[in-house]
Design a protein around this ligand. Structure first.
Ligand code: SF4
Ligand code: SF4
Length: 69
């Protein structure tokens, strides 16, 4: 079954520390750190959840939903 993946970043909480980028195995394809962290392309994400675990302000939410038929 293919799950729908979303990563939500609470931009009000993000402090642009770059931890999510540093820990992510595919960071260059997935993350861009500017004033806040942004997702570029989730096709490369293998849902290891390391980014969410390393975020010091707990502002990354990984959502996996089964498709709605
Ligand atoms: S879940 Fe893993 S692969 Fe996906 S963005 Fe986070 S650290 Fe990168
Ligand atoms: S780890 Fe969290 S606070 Fe740091 S840049 Fe990433 S989303 Fe923002």
């Amino acid at each position: 079954m293919i799950f729908i993946l979303q990563i939500e970043i609470d931009e009000d909480k993000c402090i642009a520390c770059g931890n999510c980028y540093d820990i992510c195995p595919k960071a260059a394809k997935i993350w861009k750190i500017g004033k806040v962290a942004k997702i570029l392309d989730l096709r490369y994400c293998h849902v290891c959840t390391l980014c969410a675990m390393e975020c010091p302000v707990d502002c990354i939410k990984i959502i996996r939903e089964p498709p709605k038929y």
